[in-house]
Design a protein around this ligand. Structure first.
Ligand SMILES: Cc1ncc(COP(=O)(O)O)c(C=O)c1O
Length: 400
């Protein structure tokens, strides 16, 4: 059970009282209510069911919060992810959606763990699965189809997704060999063009029609963004509208089960990170987490996470731009930002960096002996929720 505080200020105060100093390691702050809120939003706005893409954040609190929110379907990419979910949720339904899997992992998934749902994007993978499972008759195979992923920050189409005549052959092959045919695609992670979903769905419907098959399942994948930039106010409604309206126009899937497989959108707001400033050099701050830690995307994709100086009153200081160096000895451990903070920031201050719940913990490494985190739960609101009207969002921060 994690210790719970109302806000970062209360936590730091309690820590100082107990130990005589602030925390030395970075602190993962979790907000399970943000996961429940995201799930509720999808339930209200999306005409289908959710599968959670575990890769975005495989923490135990995420799995348990999802289970209590009635999400028990998980997209897994490896045997370790399968074991992780089943340890905590033996009744979960697993979707092994990595299009390329080792024979050993398919064998263990099918025979030891009862996994029956697999993604493929090549005939060799179908043959591999059939061979390893000894011609199983109870498989649901999802054909991962290539789609237009332009406008996404992290496109995946160069690596995965079958297209052209090969796609038609694969659909026919899977139809003949599997108990159920599913079709799936991924418009790219952090997809910034909502219409890519309906476009991909129309493309997929066309391929299914041309292949002369019917599919029992449509999985529109993940890609729903979170808005990271300070002051940016996102709205996911155009995304679900794009999907819902395309569904109405798709006779080939009108009887199909429909799923989306978000990762980021369900967990981005579920964590923030409290970091300590260990040195200041002009407008450069050396902090105790970075590009080899939870702030991976800040270094590798130039994400400018919303950030505040803990203890500062909102709008009380003039803000100036800073960049961050992470704690490892690598010069690539750099977040160029700009992160706007009060000019007076100095060594020993703490910053709260928001929206670190997706692909932060998953990507963090032990490089240079870093990567240890304390973990707490906070009750206050994070900044700029995708799921709240502007008036209820960031300004709710409780500052003591
Ligand atoms: C097969 C699959 N499904 C879902 C996701 C989740 O994507 P996102 O976190 O952008 O929603 C990914 C991410 O790489 C993926 O590869």
């Amino acid at each position: 059970m994690l210790q719970r505080f109302s806000c970062a200020e209360d936590y730091l105060e309690a820590h100082r009282q107990q130990t005589g100093q602030g925390p030395i390691d970075p602190v993962r702050v979790v907000r399970p209510f943000a996961i429940r809120r995201a799930v509720d939003w999808f339930h209200d706005n999306f005409d289908g069911q959710l599968i959670y893409a575990l890769k975005a954040n495989p923490s135990a609190y995420v799995i348990s919060t999802l289970l209590t929110s009635n999400i028990n379907r998980f997209d897994v990419a490896s045997l370790k992810e399968i074991e992780l979910v089943l340890d905590q949720a033996p009744e979960a339904t697993l979707y092994y959606m990595n299009p390329v899997k080792s024979r050993a992992h398919i064998r263990a998934a099918y025979f030891q763990h009862g996994v029956r749902r697999f993604a493929v994007d090549h005939k060799d993978e179908v043959e591999k699965i059939l061979k390893v499972t000894q011609g199983a008759k109870d498989l649901t195979l999802f054909v991962r189809l290539h789609c237009n992923d332009q406008g996404s920050v992290l496109p995946l189409g160069q690596k995965y997704g079958v297209q052209g005549p090969e796609a038609l052959e694969l659909l026919q092959m899977v139809r003949a060999d599997a108990a159920k045919l599913g079709v799936t695609f991924h418009v790219g992670s952090q997809a910034l063009v909502p219409g890519r979903f309906s476009q991909a769905m129309e493309h997929v419907a066309q391929l299914v029609r041309r292949a002369g098959v019917t599919a029992e399942i449509l999985n529109v994948g993940g890609g729903f963004p979170s808005w990271y930039q300070e002051g940016e106010r996102g709205d996911l409604t155009p995304y679900t509208q794009s999907i819902n309206s395309a569904l109405k126009d798709m006779p080939l899937v009108c009887d199909a089960e429909v799923y989306a497989e978000p990762g980021r959108a369900l967990v981005a707001e579920a964590e923030s990170l409290i970091v300590r400033v260990d040195a200041r050099r002009g407008s450069e701050l050396f902090i105790n987490d970075g590009g080899y830690g939870i702030l991976f995307d800040g270094a590798h994709s130039d994400w400018v996470f919303p950030t505040r100086l803990v203890g500062a009153l909102p709008n009380a200081d003039k803000l100036t731009p800073f960049s961050f160096w992470g704690p490892t000895c690598d010069a690539a451990d750099h977040l160029k930002g700009p992160f706007y903070l009060p000019e007076r920031v100095q060594e020993g201050d703490y910053l709260e960096i928001y929206k670190t719940g997706a692909y932060g913990w998953s990507m963090s490494s032990r490089f240079n002996g870093f990567g240890s985190y304390d973990m707490i739960e906070l009750e206050d609101e994070g900044m700029h929720s995708n799921y709240l009207p502007a008036s209820q969002s960031s300004q709710d921060l409780k500052i003591s």
